[in-house]
Structures are given as C-alpha cells and as structure tokens.
Design a protein around this ligand. Structure first.
Ligand code: ZN
Length: 755
C-alpha cells in the first residue's frame, strides 16, 4: 500500500486539511481534481493512525488458538452488490479448510458481528453463533488431522469498518453526465472480515480463491486473478467471476465495481510469454490512464531482471481505479489506484512502481505477521529507488534516497520492526527501504545483493516470511551473518550518531594515523554495527579504508602513506547515520611495540598526540614485564628476562586532566640459538668474499670477527651490513691462487661480548 504523498508539485497546493471529512464520505474523482487534498501533516497523521491501529489489533487479537487448528485451503465467494441504495451486500462463501488437529469439531472464522448470517451449510445445516466478530460453526463430527472440511456461509448486511477507514466503500461518482455507482474494498490489515468470512491473518494463505460479483449490467466488476466468465442474469444484471489460482492472503482479496473502461497492455516475460496488463480506469480518465500507466511493461521487465520473473505470470497484472484519496493498494494481480494520481503524466510513477513491486514483496512473499510489515513496505519503497536507478543511474538512485518525495528519513526514531512508539510511514517505508540500501552497502557486491533477494524470494515463494528468515536467507548467500549490521536498525530506536576525531604523526619511520569514532546516539543501550568507508585526503592524495564499527568507542590505527588533512566518514552514504567532528583528545599513537628478545637490551618510546596539555606522564597499569620498566616519559626499557607475549595497559595523562589508556602487546622472542648457517663465497670478479646468512633476519643478531691466524689472536670486528652480507675485501689478486691469504671467521650473537 502506498498513501504517502510524494510529489513536489503537490506541495504547492497546500491548503486547509480535510481530515474531518475522510473516507466515510470519500471524495469523488472529479472533486479530487479540484478540492485541495490532505496537507502532508494531516496525511501523515492519518497514515500514522492507521498503522497504530495495526499495532493495537496485534495486542488485542493474536491468532486464536482454535484457528491454529486448521489451514485455509479455498474460498469461493459470491457477492451481490446490487442494493447500492442501502449499501448492503448479499454474500455466500464456500470455505474449504484442512484440519490440523485430531479433534476439530468447530470452525471459528472471522466475520464482522454487524453482518447477519442467514445459514451455514456443512454436512446438513450447521448450528452457529456470531459474536465478537467471530463466527463459530459446530461441525457434524470431530475431524482428524489432514481431513478436509467444507462449509458454506450465507450472509447479508452492511459491511463494517473495523479499521479507521472504510473497508467497503459505496459512493456515487460524479462522471461528466450521470451519477455512477462505484464500489471498492480496502482490507489491509484486518478488513477482510468486514465483508466476508475468512481466517483473517496474513500467515495462512488460501491456495486459491474464486470471487463472483453480481452487478447491474451497466457496470463492470474486477477482482484478483483472471476473469473466468461474465454471465448475464436477466433482466438487467450480470455476474463477473474471477479466479485467483495462486495462493493469496485474505487482506489482498478485493473487488471493485463501476462503469469501468478497459484496455490491455502486454508484458513479455524473460521466457517470451505474454502476460496481459488489464487496466480498468474510470471512462473519463481513460486517456490520462493510457499515459500515466504506460511505464508498467518496462517496470515489470526491470523488476523481473532484479527480483526474478513476475510471480503471477499465468494470470495478469493491472490497475483498477478507485477514489480512495491519495492511496494505492497492491491487491494481488490487480492494484487499486487513486483516480487523482492518474493525471495523464508520469507524476506518480513511483507509486506505480511501488504497487507493482509489492507483487513480489507482499503478495508473492507475504509478511508472516504484521510486525514484519517492513518486509512489504520497505521493499516496495526501495524498489522505487531501483526504478530511478534504472532510469538515471546510480547518482539518481542516491538522490532518491534523500529526496523528500523519495526515501528521505526525516525522523529515524522508530524501530523498523514492530514499531510501538512514534510509528509512521517514514519509519516503515523510508527507513525500511534504507534497510535494503544498507544491506547492499554491507555486501558491496550487487550481484550478491540481488542474488540474496532472489534466494529469499525463492525460499518463501507464494508463502510467508519473517524478518529473521530474510536475514538468514541473505546470509546464506553472502557466506556470513549479515544480521549484526541491521539488527539495531530493525529492533532498536534511532540511528548511530558518530563523533569522529583523527590525527597522526611520523612514528618509527612511517606515518601513523589514528581515527577515533564514538557512538553518541541517545539510547545508551544500543550499539550499531556498521561498515564504514573512511576517505582520507591530503595534498599527497586520497585514500579509502573500510573499517568495521561495532563498539560505542572505537579507534583505528592506520599506516597511511601520508598525514591526512581531512577524513570523510561513509562518503557514499551507505549507512543511515549522523556524523559530527571533534578535535582529537589525548590519544596514544603507538599502536604496536617493538619486538624484544630474552636477555637482550630493549628500549621503545611511546608517543601520544591530541589534547591541549603539554607535559605528559605515562604509567603502566598492567603487571610489569620482568626486566622492563616504563618511565614517566614513556620509555619502555630494560632487558626482558623471559620470552612470551605480554599484555600491557599503558596510560598517559596531561596536566589538564586529559588521559588515554591503551592495551598493547609486547612480544619477547626466545634467545637466539648458536650461530650457524653462515656461508662464505668468493666473488672472483669483485675481489671480495661474501658472507651470507641462511636466514636474512639473522644478520642483525650476530657479529662477525675476522682473523688471519688460525688461533684468531689477530681477529678484528667485521662490519655486518643490513642486507645480511658482509663484504671482506681481498687485498691481493685472487687470480693467482698462491697469493691468496687465508682468512678465519668467527660468528657470535650480538649480545655476546665475543670470544
Ligand atoms: Zn506499499
């Protein structure tokens, strides 16, 4: 469903709200052209109220335990709506259910108590009661698990309105030359029981439904599925019979009646089949509809490419016009669409795409229960952005996420799942749409993202799904659990507020940068988990780094090739967030300690930046490393007495109260083994002897001595170069072997005093 107002054009028409005259007295299509519609605030409030109603219903009416005892299989509904003057319907409903228990001896259906049930026929006439909007039918015996039970309910009366809005509308349309009776239904979420007996929960779809509508022969009746027959009922009536062969939830069953015009467009599936797009506009808006609705074949093609084939391809898609102000509703195969949004232009393409996308997300894969409503509305809203992306590329898509007529989240306070506080379309539609955008940003691989959506759809096709099932299905495609990135947005309030600071310095021969991110959203018990791009800029260039942000306080040590002058957080807006910058507080910049070796002299100097104090004092908060001390100036020095890994907690303070504490790891190597593996080779052409180590890293650890006497009494220290090779010049020409001098070499560990 979509009753958000999106058009900027419309914003110029703001005028007095007409909230006081809502749907009980609907606007006619003609009036809607000229009477100022609801103001955005009034519209917003109305939508809020409707959605709050869903929540209230949830709290007061969980699935009856007795309704869990059976599975709805089939409804064959006949409605005679010819008594327009009295706004009365005469109905019969053949209801087929399958017992899910071994003692099903009564059948409890939802039906508005204000309707009159004339009789119930099962195996013979069945006793029944109708009270508290429940029709309880005594069956002829207890039915066993798996057995089918069929009853027929005959009833009549004025349909009810258990929701805030009229479920079943009778009104007279002001066509140009005559008054035209017009009828339409809107059952989401709990309105189906207002006009037909059913198991009124979204989680139990009937396998199929037949809907027959008896009308005056000047009128046309539309419904879900395919038109099976139009039968004349002399002298002046006719019966339209529609059959929905696909599984369908009760809230998606609809009828509409008036003097409809009719035309057909075609959509060609990916396998080349033609699917009719049956449109039923008011005759006075036929020309406008032909323009406003002509994008549907292209939209269906794009959606099929992204989400998989159109789910009801063996039947149809199409629009039936109604006068429900500023509202459209995704009735299965047969979207109901407001006359006032059929302007002969493409002002409302987003709505056209929204309702079409619901055929995949809502009608094919239906929410398991109403708290999951974002699985319907967030998906359909996000599909609007995908259509814009198809037309205008990724830049257009991104703009749509922030557009006031698009998915802009003006109030992020509500949780997307089962909102209970201030719940509005902004939360379920727009923030719900952002859930998918953020998922796309987590994956950062479009083929994976759309494969995840298609996998989710495939696992729940023509059925129902929960929020957790969606997350699980996408995770199975991604290869890891994506739910941590979305849980806080779905189940908690607000969005993260990032307070960001950064700085850096030249440290141990390289630039070291530190970025600190503090989550400061007002809800202290909520931590968001996000993947953030950090874009660093300096005169030397630009560099992007992606980090995981999982804690309220996090810091990132980054060995960038330059000292950044600026950092942008999530510059492509993959994450719903707010970002503020603050100056870097006193921060330990040393993120890694130099390696030590047992028994060898060690020294490393800790560095801190940020804050405004000058004189720093360092402390070691953890236990000492045997043989090492941390001075107040930040020098960690001594001779480690044992090898191993040591967890150090260092703290630095300045004189004005700034402080920082950081955990560091010190790795102390075990003592070097005896020297070995030194090879000498004579490089004839260069006149040198090269001493090579078997392992390059060993070079610094040893000293080399040279002597001409075997007893080494004339030995001298030989320079060992960093590249592990000691060159020892040979003074005489090596071309004459007799002139060679004999050399002796001795190698000791660096920390030895030598022989
Ligand atoms: Zn919708």
């Amino acid at each position: 469903m979509d009753c958000r107002f999106r058009s900027r054009w419309w914003m110029s028409l703001l005028a007095a709200a007409i909230l006081g005259a809502p749907l009980a007295c609907p606007l006619s299509a003609q009036e809607a052209e000229f009477v100022p519609p609801l103001t955005p605030n009034a519209f917003h409030e109305r939508e809020c109220a409707r959605l709050r109603q869903i929540i209230e219903e949830l709290q007061t009416r969980p699935l009856l335990s007795t309704q869990a005892d059976y599975d709805a299989v089939y409804y064959d509904l006949t409605l005679d709506v010819r008594n327009f003057a009295a706004s009365t319907i005469y109905g019969s409903a053949v209801i087929l259910v399958r017992s899910l228990a071994d003692d099903l001896d009564e059948l409890i259906l939802d039906l508005c108590s204000a309707l009159s049930v004339d009789s119930v026929i099962g195996v013979g006439p069945r006793p029944f009661t109708l009270s508290n909007n429940l029709l309880t039918i005594a069956l002829d015996r207890a039915y066993l698990t798996g057995e089918l039970v069929q009853v027929t309910v005959y009833y009549h009366g004025q349909p009810c309105s258990s929701s805030l809005f009229t479920t079943f509308t009778f009104f007279t349309r002001q066509a140009p030359f005559r008054q035209v009776p017009t009828i339409y239904t809107l059952s989401e979420p709990y309105g189906a029981r207002d006009w037909w007996p059913c198991k009124n929960v979204p989680g139990d779809k009937a396998d199929s439904v037949r809907i027959s509508i008896i009308v005056a022969d000047t009128l046309t009746a539309t419904s879900n599925g395919r038109l099976e027959s139009v039968t004349a009922i002399p002298p002046s009536s006719r019966r339209f019979t529609w059959v929905e062969h696909y599984p369908i939830a009760s809230y998606l069953v609809s009828i509409a009646v008036t003097d409809y015009a009719h035309y057909t467009n075609w959509y060609v599936t990916q396998s080349g089949d033609s699917v009719p797009i049956e449109h039923y506009p008011y005759p006075e808006l036929l020309t406008a509809a032909r323009v406003s609705w002509n994008t549907l074949p292209a939209m269906m093609t794009v959606n099929a490419q992204l989400f998989g084939e159109y789910p009801f391809a063996s039947e149809k898609y199409g629009h039936t016009m109604w006068s429900f102000p500023w509202t459209a509703m995704e009735h299965q195969c047969n979207t109901s669409y407001y006359a006032g949004m059929t302007d002969g232009h493409h002002t409302y393409d987003a709505i056209v795409q929204h309702e079409l996308a619901h055929q995949w997300w809502g009608d094919d894969v239906t929410l398991a229960s109403w708290p999951d409503i974002w699985l319907n509305e967030g998906f359909a809203s996000y599909a609007e952005a995908l259509w814009v992306e198809h037309l205008n590329g990724f830049a257009g898509y991104r703009n749509y996420l922030f557009a006031s007529g698009g998915l802009r989240v003006t109030d992020p306070s509500g949780p997307v799942y089962n909102p209970t506080v201030l719940f509005d379309g902004n939360t379920v539609y727009n923030k719900g749409g952002w859930i998918l955008h953020m998922l796309r940003g987590v994956l950062r691989d479009d083929s994976l993202f759309f494969a995840g959506l298609r996998e989710y759809r495939a696992r729940h096709a023509y059925g129902n799904a929960t929020t957790e099932e969606f997350l699980s299905d996408v995770s199975s495609v991604a290869g890891y659990d994506v739910s941590p990135y979305l849980h806080a947005y779905l189940y908690r309030t607000n969005r993260p507020v990032f307070d960001v600071s950064f700085g850096g310095a030249w440290l141990n021969g390289a630039w070291q940068t530190v970025v600190r991110i503090r989550q400061s959203q007002i809800n202290p018990d909520t931590t968001f988990c996000t993947r953030l791009d950090l874009r660093f800029q300096s005169g030397a260039g630009t560099l992007r780094v992606r980090v995981e942000n999982r804690q309220r306080h996090e810091r990132y040590y980054l060995p960038l090739p330059f000292l950044p002058a600026q950092v942008a957080v999530d510059p492509d807006d993959w994450v719903l967030k707010q970002v503020f910058f603050e100056s870097l507080p006193l921060t330990v910049l040393t993120s890694a300690l130099r390696e030590g070796r047992e028994g060898e002299i060690y020294a490393d100097t800790l560095t801190a930046i940020g804050g405004s104090g000058d004189s720093l004092a360092w402390n070691l908060l953890s236990e000492d490393v045997p043989g090492l001390n941390l001075s107040a100036e930040g020098v960690l020095a001594g001779t480690p007495l044992t090898d191993g890994d040591f967890a150090l907690t260092v703290r630095v303070e300045n004189e004005i109260g700034g402080a920082d504490t950081l955990n560091l790891n010190l790795h102390v190597l075990s003592p070097l083994p005896a020297p070995c593996c030194l090879t000498a080779c004579w490089l004839r052409d260069e006149g040198v002897i090269a001493l090579r180590w078997a392992a390059a890293a060993d070079a610094d650890s040893y000293r080399v001595f040279r002597a001409r006497r075997f007893d080494m009494l004339d030995m001298e220290v030989l320079l060992v170069t960093a590249d592990t090779v000691a060159f020892d010049s040979i003074p005489s020409s090596p071309t004459n072997p007799d002139s060679l001098e004999v050399r002796f070499y001795q190698v000791t560990a660096t920390n030895d005093e030598g022989p």
